[in-house]
Design a protein around this ligand. Structure first.
Ligand code: PGA
Ligand code: ZN
Length: 422
């Protein structure tokens, strides 16, 4: 039973309002959840409720979502018996009554859902990651994907690609993977300042240098990995990209570093990158509206690189099922607030597993100190987590939680070796 709920309007890592939700159990114990928020959002994501009052936070206030938690949702759940998290989430979805969670707000609903998951873990007297482990799945510590260079919507530079990540796939443990991430990040800072680039940071804690061509960033990453004493590649530190291509797709062309590329030009460009650099994963390589392009991209690069749908799939179980059937991509990015409840997120992950698709659990560019996704990545056993640079409190909170989980138990570290995962 849930005794009570209390939401507050707090700040996210970009200084914009978001929700913190506190859930009270009948015995007085409390659990909390912080709600993340994206900037380069997919058009089919569950809808955040923002006040739209231009006199507060430029219209981005969340007082109506806060009131929905404190009044309508509290009335709905307080004192009622729920057998499990799925029952809570079902009640929330039903009460909202829209397909996009727009009435109560996906930000309100996901905060309650995350807090409820924590409440069930507390009641079962187990860590959150164990509560989130589905039957038949082996939990494991994921390969952290550190976003060390930021562009696109996350930085004010000329770089069109949004994220350049380093993934210590060959590390012997999670703690050593975090160390590799931090050492490469430090080496990269040295490289950038040595070449006269500014080392200011973007929204996810990566550097935001005035570099235009993605290949130039990739060359620098390979140098930084080598400088830090690691081997660039699948057995050492590999590279992952999130171009977030929907953001530079206009009038049927991909606008990259001053060029206007067709879908097939763009695919050829990725193929060349994969041949020249140790890129193991590409997320949103093409736009969310370019489904035919995604099918061709998958035909062309499947087996050589992981192709992750983020804006394309928005963690939605039905859209993921459609992509699996159409062979558009071979992996899904997993963001709890894109679909709006933990239960639907777990269902999306279940469908991926059943189809041999890989999954990468992910933060949002606007984050709080809540490390929920670290537990989700471990419990789901998916083997991959991206949560920004190895710097800035809201990002390192997740990596530090993984270190704590590793220290507390003996879980395996590393990529999951199954269909779809390389
Ligand atoms: P967002 O970016 O949180 O701004 O959507 C993250 C991503 O595209 O993966
Ligand atoms: Zn993305």
């Amino acid at each position: 039973t849930i005794a009570g709920l209390k939401a507050a309007e707090v700040l996210d890592s970009r200084g914009r309002p978001t929700l913190a939700v506190t859930l009270r159990l009948p015995d007085g114990r409390q659990v909390r959840a912080g709600v993340p928020s994206g900037a380069s959002t997919g058009s089919r994501e569950a809808v955040e409720l923002r006040d739209g009052d231009p006199h507060r936070y430029g219209g981005k206030g969340v007082l109506r979502a806060v009131a929905n938690v404190n009044e309508e949702i509290e009335n709905l759940v307080a004192g009622r018996r729920f057998v499990d998290l799925a029952a809570v989430d079902r009640a929330l979805i039903q009460a909202d009554g829209t397909a996009t969670k727009a009435r109560l707000g996906a930000n309100a609903i996901v905060g309650v859902s995350m807090a409820a998951a924590r409440a069930f873990a507390v009641l079962a007297d187990e860590p959150l990651w164990r509560y989130l482990t589905p039957a038949g799945v082996l939990p494991r510590l994921p390969v952290p994907h550190f976003n060390v260079v930021n562009g696109g919507m996350h930085a004010p530079n000329r770089l069109d690609f949004q994220e350049f990540m380093i993934a210590p796939r060959g590390a012997p443990s999670l703690a050593e993977a975090v160390r590799a991430g931090a050492e490469v990040y430090a080496a990269l800072r040295g490289q950038l300042s040595g070449k006269g680039f500014a080392t200011g940071l973007g929204d996810e804690g990566g550097f935001a240098p005035e570099i235009e061509a993605p290949e130039d960033v990739l060359s620098m990453l390979v140098e930084a990995i080598t400088d830090a004493g690691y081997e660039p590649g699948p057995h050492g530190v590999a590279i992952a990209l999130d171009p977030a291509a929907s953001e530079f797709y206009r009038d049927g062309r991909y606008h990259v570093a001053g060029e206007r590329l067709t879908t097939d030009d763009m695919i050829a460009r990725y193929e060349a990158m994969v041949e020249r650099f140790p890129v193991w994963s590409i997320e949103d390589g093409l736009a969310e509206s370019d489904w035919d392009g995604w099918v061709r991209l998958t035909e062309r690069l499947q087996g050589r690189v992981q192709l992750v749908g983020d804006d394309l799939l928005v963690t939605n179980p039905d859209i993921v099922a459609d992509a699996i059937a159409r062979k558009a991509g071979n992996a899904a990015l997993i963001k709890v607030n894109q679909v709006g409840t933990v239960t639907e997120t777990l269902e999306t992950m279940r469908r991926c597993r059943a189809a041999g698709w890989a999954q990468m659990v992910s933060h949002r560019s606007g984050e709080t100190e809540d490390a929920f996704i670290a537990d989700l990545a471990v419990g789901s056993g998916c083997g991959q987590l991206k949560t920004g640079a190895p710097a800035r409190g809201e990002r390192v909170a997740k990596y530090n939680r993984l270190i704590e989980i590793e220290a507390a138990g003996n879980l395996p570290y590393g990529p999951r070796r199954a269909g779809g995962d390389l």
